[in-house]
Design a protein around this ligand. Structure first.
Ligand code: SAM
Ligand code: SF4
Length: 377
C-alpha cells in the first residue's frame, strides 16, 4: 500500500484492549478510563480477519498492543491465529507490553508464534516504579524481561520514556542494556491525552538524553535506523572504564539475569551454547549489544517527527483505524464489518484509511483527546 505521499505502509499496530493493570502517570488517569463495553471490543476472529485483509494489501509487520495486551484472556490464541497468516506475507509478529504478566506466558507466546517483544519500563528503582505506574511491581516486570530472553523472544527491546523524573537513570539504563542484552530505547514524552498537562514541565529532548549518556561529547557511532519497523535511530555506546551501574541498576540486572536462567548476555537464540557470549544482539542482522557495547535507540517523537518515514496504521480495540497518532480522524472498520461488509468492501475501507494519512502530524494535531492507552503507543 502506497499512500498519497508515496510512503509504503507495511506496519499495523493492533490494540487488543483499552484496559490496563497499571496507571502510568503520563498515560492514564488515576481512576482509569471508562472501559469500552465488552461487546464493542473486536473478537479475536474479527481482528484476525482484519489482519488477513491488511496483509493482502501489503502489511508485513504486526504488533499486538493495548492498553495492556496481557490482561486480555487467551492472547496466545490470537498470536497463533496471526502466526497462521505468515504464508500470506506476514514477516514480523511482535508485542508491546508492560511485562508485569509476561513471565508465566513468555514461553507459550513464543511457541504460538510471537517473534519478539518490546517492554515498557521507565525506571530501575522500585520506589519510582511504584510511583510512575501508580502501584506496579518492578520485580515482576524484570522477571518478565528475563523470561522473554529465556524464551527466545528476540530481540527484547526496552522502551524508556525519559522525563525530568528519570533523566538521572539514562546511563544506568545503557549499562542495564549492556549487561542484560536488552536493547534500550529512549523516548521523548508526547503531549497526548493526560500527558498534555505534565509534558511541558517534564519534557526532556533527545539532545539532552544524549548529553547525559555522554557528558564529554557526542554519543559514539551512529548506526542509523536499526532493527524493527519503527522510527528509532540507534547508536552504539561503549563501556567507559570506571563506569558502574548504581545499586538499583545492579539489582535490576541481577533479577533479569536470574530470570533468564543465566543465559549469556548478547546471545542470539539458537546459537550454540558456549558460542553465545559476545554475539550480536540486534535484529535483522544489525548491530549490536555486546557485554562491552550497548546498542541504544532514540525515538524523537516530539523534537523531530518521523512523518516522512511513517509506515504505519493503528487499529483500536473497538475496531477503528487511526491513520495518524496525532490526528483525531478515525475510520470505523469494526462497524463496517459488523454491518456485514464483504472482504472486498473492508479492503476498500483499509485502503481509504491509508489514503487518509496526513503528510505531517503537525498539520492535524489535536492532542488532548488522543489517548495512548487506546491507540497502543
Ligand atoms: N501497556 C503496554 C505498554 O505499556 O507497553 C502497551 C501500551 S502503551 C500505551 C505503549 C507505549 O506507549 C508504552 O511504551 C508507553 O510508555 C508509551 N506511551 C504512553 N503514553 C506516552 C506518551 N505520552 N509519550 C510517549 N510514550 C507514551
Ligand atoms: Fe498501561 Fe502501558 Fe499506559 Fe502504562 S503505558 S498505563 S502500562 S497502557
Amino acid at each position: 500500500m502506497i499512500d498519497k505521499y508515496g510512503r509504503e505502509i507495511t506496519y499495523l499496530r493492533i490494540s487488543v484492549t483499552d484496559r490496563c493493570n497499571f496507571r502510568c502517570v503520563y498515560c492514564m488517569p488515576e481512576e482509569g478510563v471508562p472501559p469500552k463495553p465488552h461487546a464493542s471490543i473486536l473478537r479475536y476472529e474479527e481482528i484476525t480477519r482484519i489482519a488477513r485483509l491488511a496483509i493482502s494489501l501489503g502489511i508485513r509487520s504486526i504488533r499486538v498492543t493495548g492498553g495492556e495486551p496481557l490482561v486480555r484472556k487467551g492472547l496466545g490464541g490470537l498470536v497463533a491465529a496471526l502466526n497462521g497468516l505468515r504464508s500470506l506475507g506476514l514477516r514480523d509478529l511482535s508485542m508491546t507490553t508492560n511485562a508485569s504478566l509476561l513471565a508465566p506466558v513468555a514461553g507459550d507466546l513464543k511457541a504460538a508464534g510471537l517473534d519478539r517483544v518490546n517492554i515498557s519500563l521507565d525506571t530501575l528503582r522500585s520506589d519510582r516504579f511504584r510511583s510512575v505506574t501508580r502501584g506496579g511491581d518492578l520485580t515482576a516486570v524484570l522477571e518478565g524481561a528475563g523470561a522473554a530472553l529465556a524464551a527466545g523472544l528476540w530481540p527484547v527491546k526496552m522502551n524508556v520514556v525519559v522525563t525530568r523524573d528519570n533523566i538521572d537513570e539514562v546511563q544506568d539504563f545503557a549499562l542495564f542494556g549492556m549487561m542484560t542484552g536488552l536493547v534500550v530505547r529512549f523516548i521523548e514524552l508526547m503531549p497526548l491525552g493526560c500527558a498534555g498537562s505534565i509534558q511541558p514541565a517534564s519534557f526532556v529532548d533527545t539532545a539532552e538524553m544524549m548529553e547525559r549518556l555522554e557528558p564529554d561529547g557526542g554519543v559514539a557511532e551512529v548506526m542509523g535506523v536499526g532493527p524493527g519497523s519503527g522510527p528509532a535511530r540507534y547508536h552504539t555506546w561503549p563501556l567507559r572504564s570506571g563506569l558502574e551501574p548504581s545499586a538499583h541498576a545492579a539489582g535490576a540486572i541481577h533479577t533479569v539475569r536470574d530470570a533468564c536462567g543465566g543465559r549469556p548476555v548478547g546471545g542470539r537464540p539458537g546459537a550454540p551454547a558456549g558460542g553465545q557470549a559476545g554475539a550480536p544482539v540486534g535484529g535483522q542482522g544489525m548491530a549490536i549489544t555486546t557485554p562491552d557495547k550497548a546498542l541504544v535507540g532514540f525515538i524523537t517523537s516530539v523534537s523531530r517527527h518521523s512523518c516522512p518515514g511513517c509506515n504505519r496504521l493503528r487499529l483500536t480495540a473497538d475496531g477503528r483505524i487511526a491513520p495518524c497518532l496525532w490526528s483525531s480522524d478515525e475510520i470505523d472498520l469494526g462497524a463496517a464489518m459488523r454491518a456485514g461488509a464483504s472482504d472486498a468492501e473492508l479492503t476498500r475501507v483499509i485502503g481509504a484509511a491509508v489514503m487518509a494519512k496526513p503528510l505531517e502530524c503537525g498539520a492535524s494535531r489535536d492532542v488532548s483527546k488522543r489517548r495512548m492507552s487506546r491507540l497502543g503507543g
